[in-house]
Design a protein around this ligand. Structure first.
Ligand SMILES: Nc1ncnc2c1ncn2[C@@H]1O[C@H](COP(=O)(O)OP(=O)(O)O)[C@@H](O)[C@H]1O
Ligand SMILES: [Mg+2]
Length: 381
């Protein structure tokens, strides 16, 4: 428990309290003015504070400094406990020794449960929202409307800090994802550059040399070989272009692009890939691209790791969004057993999906094949 200075029985250092004002015969108008001035000051002091504990401390400090209370503390509840996070100033003894604090936490818990201002000994127990509370001591007479205005003000300020914290967290997550996407892009460019250099470059060099040879002394057999090199190179160029971005995805949509990739996988690796797409309309450009990339990566995994005979790619409308399921009948694996460094491909899929508000799920076990679920929410307006 945070230590606070204890409640003085008499405090001559503060501005006059409502009770002393009353005693001095100051009327309702003066009391109202003092309330408004306090609220004004309170609003100004909490407006610039982004950290909940400091915000509560400033609020307490203002209420005590303006003479409404002689001391106070702010308590915050989390899932497991209620803890004092700030104290208002009090110039007397050590507050652990303060007799007024007996039973305070229990009272605070009750007040929070009931959601209403309650009184316990000298304490006003004032809930603020569902998980914060002011315990304020030393006032004899504070109007309900003033307390309600204080609560509203501090509650709004607290909500603002929570909102800011959530926004900052989201921002961080976003920049982390962006970083991952950028580095994945860079990696992809590296791979394409290597493909171009190693495969296409070498084939074209071989062709050039062969053509030179044949210009000097034409040889039909050699020319036939060169023709074969040319057609292999053409197929390589088509494959690289398809990997980069199949034009069929833009022109004919996700289903046609998936069918094309499935046919290609069958022709190259002998795996049967069934494609079923039941969408009534085309998806957005980003959604189509992400689902295509996820299916591409998932089928590449089937080819590389599953040893499967067959696989399926199914795209359906689900829960108002879209779901892509890629399944195979291969060796399966334990997704939980993978270290982070071993699942860069899976993480890339997850990040692409999360960037559009979606998610990735994997169900697999050794000997049981693999089912991969990619979900995207319906498009936000
Ligand atoms: N369909 C699958 N069948 C069996 N194992 C798989 C399958 N998909 C993924 N895996 C396993 O998950 C690991 C991580 O996949 P991934 O992140 O794509 O990385 P990479 O393909 O580069 O190894 C793979 O190395 C493999 O062990
Ligand atoms: Mg992979």
């Amino acid at each position: 428990m945070t230590r606070m200075r204890a409640l003085p029985l008499r405090s001559g250092t503060h501005a006059p309290t409502l009770a002393t004002s009353r005693r001095a015969g100051v009327g309702d108008a003066a009391r109202r003015t003092h309330e408004l001035e306090t609220l004004h000051r309170l609003a100004r002091r909490v407006a610039s504070e982004g950290e909940p504990r400091l915000l509560l401390e400033r609020a307490l400090d203002t209420l005590v400094a303006m003479g409404w209370f002689t001391c106070g503390e702010a308590l915050l509840a989390d899932d497991t406990r209620l803890a004092t996070v700030a104290v208002g100033r009090c110039d007397a003894v050590d507050c652990d020794a303060c007799p007024l604090r007996d039973g305070l936490e229990e009272g605070a818990r009750e007040a929070l449960r009931s959601g209403a201002v309650t009184h316990r000994g000298q304490w006003h127990l004032v809930p603020i929202g569902s998980d914060a509370l002011f315990a304020l001591a030393g006032a004899e007479d504070v109007s309900e409307s003033f307390l309600a205005a204080v609560v509203e003000l501090v509650d709004a300020a607290l909500k603002r800090t929570h909102l800011h914290a959530r926004l900052a967290e989201k921002e961080q997550q976003r920049s982390r994802l962006l970083q991952a996407v950028l580095s994945a892009q860079e990696e992809e460019r590296g791979r394409i550059s290597r493909d171009l250099h190693d495969q296409i470059g070498q084939s074209l060099t071989a062709l050039l040399l062969g053509l030179d040879r044949n210009l000097e002394a034409p040889d039909p057999e050699d020319l036939a070989k060169l023709k074969e090199i040319a057609s292999i190179t053409l197929a390589d160029v088509r494959r690289i272009a398809l990997d980069l971005r199949p034009s069929v995805l833009d022109e004919l949509g996700l289903e046609a692009a998936l069918r094309r990739f499935a046919r290609d996988t069958h022709e190259r690796y002998g795996i049967d890939v069934r494609v079923l797409v039941t969408l009534s309309a085309r998806l957005g450009h980003q959604e189509e691209t992400v689902l295509y990339r996820v299916a591409q990566e998932a089928l590449t995994n089937v080819v590389r790791h599953a040893g499967a005979r067959a696989a399926s790619v199914v795209v359906t409308v689900s829960h108002g969004g879209v779901q892509l399921v890629v399944e195979d009948d291969g060796v399966g694996f334990d997704p939980k057993a993978l270290a982070a460094a071993e699942q860069v491909g899976l993480m890339g899929m997850r990040e692409r999906l999360e960037l559009l508000g979606g998610s990735l799920g994997i169900e697999s076990a050794r000997g049981e094949g693999c089912s991969l679920y990619a979900r995207l929410p319906s498009r936000r307006a």
